[in-house]
Design a protein around this ligand. Structure first.
Ligand code: ZN
Length: 247
């Protein structure tokens, strides 16, 4: 067909895809779609001019599976695909990205022997990667929540208190996840305490997204679906876009 004989440069294709995604974010937002589209496009241009880069962190990995869900689902099995999908969306939107891990393994030093040593080494190495990103970067960690009993569900974003921009990023991501996936979710972005090491120490804008509760059976079934993982990743990417456009 003639239409596919048009030879587009790779960067033109990326630009078109990014514009489509930016518009998709706006549509996901609902009522404000046209306004959001123009804002998102502005953000896109800002992002494409080189700022900011993002470090994406798929929580746990390897022998550290993280929380275990009500049906035996292991947290790490959801964290990595969501983070990988998020990277695809962000790159299409023009952001530079790095990941703390791209495989099912923790990133501890070979000298770490016990499980505790491995966990400590792993978290320190993730923090070292965060610090290597420089000042003009964002950090997003992907995890799944767990609580006793099945009552709780819904995305919850936590933010670092060290950089005032962390809260804005967390609010933007929380808002997009709610708008696109969970209109009944009334959770607000929350500051993290010492229990989240990376957020406690991060100096750049840093958030941790608990995508959902794997202690809730119904939500776990969604979180295991590739389609829902894509939607979750897309909503987080839209949150980043909104945050960038508000700067
Ligand atoms: Zn976790």
């Amino acid at each position: 067909m003639k239409i596919i004989q048009i030879h587009l440069q790779k960067n033109q294709l990326i630009k078109i895809l990014a514009l489509a995604l930016a518009f998709g974010c706006a549509v996901g937002w609902g009522m404000h779609k046209i306004q959001r589209a123009s804002q998102a496009t502005g953000a896109l241009l800002a992002a494409r001019s080189g700022t900011p880069a993002l470090l994406l962190d798929a929580g746990h990995g390897g022998e550290d599976g993280g929380a275990v869900g009500v049906d035996g689902t292991i947290e790490k099995e959801i964290n990595l695909p969501v983070a990988q999908k998020l990277e695809i969306y962000l790159r299409a939107l023009g952001y530079q990205t790095e990941m703390t891990r791209r495989e099912d393994k923790a990133i501890y030093d070979p000298s770490a022997k016990t499980l505790r040593e491995k966990k400590v080494s792993d978290i320190h190495n993730r923090f070292a990667l965060l610090e290597q990103m420089g000042e003009n970067a964002l950090f997003i960690s992907i995890h799944q929540n767990h609580f006793t009993g099945e009552k709780y569900h819904g995305t919850q974003v936590f933010y670092s208190k060290n950089n005032p921009l962390s809260q804005a990023l967390a609010k933007a991501v929380q808002a997009q996840a709610v708008a696109q996936l969970q209109p009944e979710n009334t959770r607000q972005a929350k500051p993290s305490g010492t229990e989240i090491y990376l957020l406690w120490h991060a100096q750049i804008p840093a958030v941790l997204v608990e995508c959902g509760f794997i202690s809730n059976y119904a939500e776990t079934q969604k979180l295991k679906q590739v389609d829902y993982q894509n939607k979750m990743a897309f909503s987080i990417a839209c949150g980043v876009l909104d945050y960038t456009s508000a700067e």
